[in-house]
Design a protein. Structure first.
Length: 264
């Protein structure tokens, strides 16, 4: 897989091109998003980094840069890495606004990291893996560029173990954002991390409430798709509605997972 997305129609028709085209125009919205800017997972990451003080950290799929900004006070250098050049530019602008000088940016895909082996002391990735083309390859690349014994922290929405709720989640995610790949279950994460050469040291589950109007506005979901999501919510079984805590206005709650893993 190529390290950078090609320009033009051919690139936009690829999965990577679709992701970049979907998120690039909304870069500023993701920098400002309250949902992305705070959370117990970022607090946990800050605690780990404050304790370990790694020299160099890779923010894999940095999006609006919230992992990078969380890490910057405790790390010698942060490399904010993303598919979207517009996202990276938004991170650069925000870093300059905050006076943060130890964040560098680099563009590319998760499955072909343009870094040598063992180039980083730590890796973190938040709300990115569900957009990757291949989770197994992306995790293997994360392990390759991480020094032996280094820590990786992966934070993402996690799929329910039971198929009906899993299907519902993937359906509404795809309707909201056509570049969505897949939210993985805890079992899938464990298996893929072990195969890549990680040992999971800690796993923490959280619940994330998403206000419907801002959730669809942030990615500019077409009204037709937003209406389809509401139709799925209104037609959901009682068990699914309870699991996602679906509210009258469409606001709902997801499961998220923070995994701390050591490279072996």
């Amino acid at each position: 897989m190529m390290g950078e997305v090609q320009s033009g129609t051919a690139a936009e028709s690829s999965h990577e091109g679709r992701v970049s085209a979907q998120f690039g125009p909304q870069a500023a919205a993701y920098v400002a998003s309250a949902v992305h800017a705070r959370g117990p997972d970022l607090d946990a990451l800050a605690t780990i980094l404050q304790r370990e003080r790694p020299h160099r950290l890779l923010d894999l799929g940095c999006g609006g840069g919230h992992v990078s900004f969380t890490a910057a006070p405790f790390v010698g250098e942060v490399v904010a890495y993303d598919l979207s050049e517009a996202m990276l530019e938004a991170v650069r602008v925000e870093a300059a606004r905050r006076g943060v000088s130890n964040i560098a940016t680099r563009q590319g895909v998760a499955e072909a990291l343009p870094f040598p082996d063992a180039a980083f002391d730590a890796v973190a990735s938040r709300y990115s893996a569900h957009h990757w083309r291949n989770l197994k390859v992306g995790l293997a690349e994360a392990r390759r560029v991480l020094k032996a014994g280094g820590r990786a922290v992966f934070m993402d929405v996690v799929a329910p173990q039971w198929p009906v709720a899993d299907t519902f989640l993937q359906a509404i995610e795809l309707l909201r954002d056509p570049s969505h790949g897949r939210n993985f279950s805890r079992g899938e994460w464990d298996a893929h991390l072990a195969q890549a050469g990680f040992v999971v040291e800690a796993a923490t589950a959280h619940r994330l409430r998403l206000e419907f109007a801002s959730w669809v506005a942030r990615i500019r979901t077409p009204e037709l798709h937003a209406a389809a999501i509401r139709s799925l919510q209104q037609g959901a079984s009682a068990e699914v509605a309870r699991h996602f805590e679906i509210e009258p206005d469409g606001t709902f709650t997801l499961d998220t997972l923070t995994l701390v893993a050591r490279a072996v």
